[in-house]
Unconditional design. Structure first.
Length: 403
């Protein structure tokens, strides 16, 4: 019989026992569906995090304070207060720096009418919009005079405005931040963020206002720097390090009391971590493929027992052992391949659902589907060989006499 005839025979066998075939394929369906869905979730999470990081600004460098060592114990990064507004001004003079925005943040309760929310209050300057690629949806952004004079004005992120039940008509009205009235001058266009990196869930106010009402001293939490061109990132980063070391009285060989983070490095790190997690999740999900393969092997062994007399008849009329081997092997391949194709559809459906809920959309790689099909075929071959060999080795006389 030709391979096509063997495939037709295998399909006919499956149609004759649909329920058993479906139950046999269930393990492969679950395994392939899980692998496709989890790999797609990993890719979607990577894509979503990448978009959020890119939305924070173009060619962005972030300068954070170093850590404090007290009683022999080194604190977390950013626990020091080594950066000042004058440092930000000096960094802005470096060639290749497009804009600089010092930032000082705090968490405060914000009240608008009957609604309230606790969100991040960021004190900054008018260059914040340029550095972080912010777009105004309604109203205006912070201006030079408003930041220099420390006016009580606020620009709301899209999520914060929604949480407070505010729309375009809220521009020009007052809200309470930490018990102090602020005038809303603008609402930002949504960037679609989520989680701790959500740039939509914050309120921007003048830096001097935060220092006057919520914090004291000349130190800032961080300094965001926008570099004019991507090919100048390394040079600007090196010049910032040299400049700030000199300003802080540190020698070239001394450890810096600050850290300069490159957005590209952060993206590389995030992609590496999510890639490893994706592989780990796919490896865990593939265990169910092994279970599905064992199920196929068990059913094929039962099938060999049930069809022993049929095998004896075929051998008696001239079928060779390899013909019997190929017949049962192709049946196992058809089972695993059909299960794999159904599993792919289930996995894509789960991917679309999870992507819609998480907000990163339908993200998947065609390569994942190819690998899923190949894995399905591999399961059919690996777990179908033994039953097929058992069938091929049957003695025709003993098979004909089998009851």
């Amino acid at each position: 019989m030709s391979p096509l005839d063997l495939v037709r025979l295998a399909v006919a066998r499956l149609r004759a026992s649909r329920l058993r075939a479906m139950l046999t394929m269930l393990g492969v369906i679950i395994g392939v569906g899980s692998v496709v869905a989890l790999v797609a979730v990993g890719q979607g999470a990577t894509s979503g995090i990448t978009r959020q990081l890119e939305s924070l600004g173009t060619n962005l460098l972030t300068i954070n304070p170093g850590s404090v060592t007290s009683f022999g114990t080194r604190g977390a990064a950013g626990s020091a207060t080594s950066l000042t507004i004058d440092d930000a001004t000096a960094v802005g003079q470096i060639s290749g720096v497009a804009a600089v925005a010092p930032e000082l943040s705090t968490q405060k309760l914000v009240v608008a009418g009957d609604l309230n929310t606790t969100t991040t209050i960021i004190g900054t300057t008018a260059d914040y919009a340029t550095v972080h690629n912010n777009t105004i949806w309604q109203g205006t952004f912070l201006t030079g005079p408003s930041t220099e004079l420390g006016m009580r004005v606020a620009v709301l992120g899209a999520t914060t405005a929604t949480d407070l039940g505010l729309d375009a008509s809220a521009v020009g009205t007052d809200i309470s931040i930490g018990g102090i009235p602020f005038r809303i001058i603008g609402i930002l266009q949504s960037k679609g963020g989520a989680g701790p990196l959500n740039a939509d869930d914050q309120i921007l106010v003048p830096l001097e206002t935060v220092r006057d009402h919520f914090a004291s001293g000349d130190s800032v939490r961080s300094i965001a720097v926008s570099v004019a061109a991507a090919d100048q990132m390394d040079r600007v980063k090196a010049e910032i390090t040299t400049l700030l070391k000199a300003r802080h009285g540190l020698g070239a060989a001394d450890s810096a009391d600050f850290n300069v983070f490159d957005q590209a490095q952060l993206l590389t790190t995030v992609n590496s971590i999510t890639g490893l997690l994706t592989v780990l999740l796919a490896g865990i999900a593939s265990i169910s493929l092994v279970v599905g393969g064992i199920g196929i092997m068990n059913i094929m062994l039962v099938s060999v027992r049930e069809r022993t007399r049929e095998i004896g008849v075929r051998k008696a009329i001239g079928a060779r052992s390899r013909d019997i081997l190929f017949q049962f092997l192709i049946e196992a391949l058809v089972l695993s391949l059909l299960g794999g194709l159904i599993g792919i559809l289930v996995g894509l459906g789960a991917t679309a659902l999870i992507g819609a809920i998480a907000g990163w959309g339908f993200v998947f790689s065609p390569l994942t589907l190819v690998v899923a099909v190949l894995f399905s075929l591999a399961v059919g071959v690996i777990f179908g060989v033994w039953p097929a060999r058992q069938a091929a080795r049957l003695d025709p006389i003993a098979a004909l006499r089998y009851e």
